[in-house]
Design a binder for this molecule. Sequence first.
Ligand code: SF4
Length: 399
Amino acid sequence: MGRHYLAIEQAYRDGTPTAWATSGTSVEMLYTFDVQPILPENAATISAAQKVSKKYIESAEDLGFSYDLCSYFKTNVGAMQNNAPIDLGGINPPTFMVAADVICDTHVKWFQVQSQRYKVPLYIIDVPHVTSNTTNKQKEYYQLYVEEQMLELRDWISEITKKEYNEEKSREVITNSYELSEYWIKIFELRKAIPCPVSTKDTFGGLFPLFTMPGLKEPIRVFKKMYQETQERVDNGIGALENEQYRLLFSGIPFWYNLKFFSILEQWGAIIVFEPYTYSFGKFLDPSMSKEYIINNPIKAMAKIMLSFWYIYDLETRVREFKRVIKEWKIDGLILHNNLSCRPNSCGLYDLKQRLMEEEGIPSIVIDSDMNDPRKMNEEILKNRLEVFMEILRKSEKR
Ligand code: SF4
């Protein structure tokens, strides 16, 4: 990630094109044109980790943005308003912006606001959401619809950068992205082992290259090392937690300003072994996306990734996927983060909880907090609630 931010600073110095992209957007298209991607959400997590997100959020609220809006958005607005340095989450206005409503409509409104404030051209990709009753015919149409937009985006970037699209480069970028994701998913497969070799600290910390640097070679080397180390731990029966008793799933974005909070679980011998959020950035999860397919159809693959992202799963698919994960990763209980900033992360949580309790008998707890706004996290209440939850787990049948 240090390399990523050095590359951003280098692009600022050289005056080469930079682009803001929302997560879930096809960053691979930017790398195809040698445009330096910048993910404002990622920059916002830096502000949170450096304990300055509250200040920036309040600064955005002073400008009139509501208390209830996404705290990533407000962190970005406040950081720019205060000319924050790069190591506190500050980023410059880019050459252009690309937003998609793959994950949320906030992304679109966020970039509309910032593109108008800083007079930067913006391209929006409209991605239809697959719902429980979407037919295969409709899915085919959605694919064509997003593909069309990707072709238009390609021409739009080509015009701005004055660079021709290079199909060979595109294949190379998508192949690198695929290999990076492949290692990530392989690490997740190894997390099925008992004891679990990798905890949530590593996955929340290691996730970022998947959406900031998909297309480069360097992160593949890092992920390969992480995979080899994980394999070694599995072979030697080394767990991330010394005395693993309970295996948990954490759904949602973590609290970036207080990641150490998760270590509270250790006193009960509990470890998080799966997070749908970090898993979803494995991206090539649609089984129709083989390596051959993506190499031969880079732009089609970019469209497909956006249409098969975990966050746009309907409730039925979500229930089905959660059941699979519970079984394969041998999960004892679920912690569901009702993120006050984020509707896509919170919507349907109670339905999901109820269905999984009724159909799988798996205990779960819904906790209220926020990924970037520390004002919305009450540590004492969370601790008490988790203590009660662990008591429930102790009394329930071990899987
Ligand atoms: S946190 Fe949620 S609302 Fe905010 S940008 Fe991300 S997906 Fe959208």
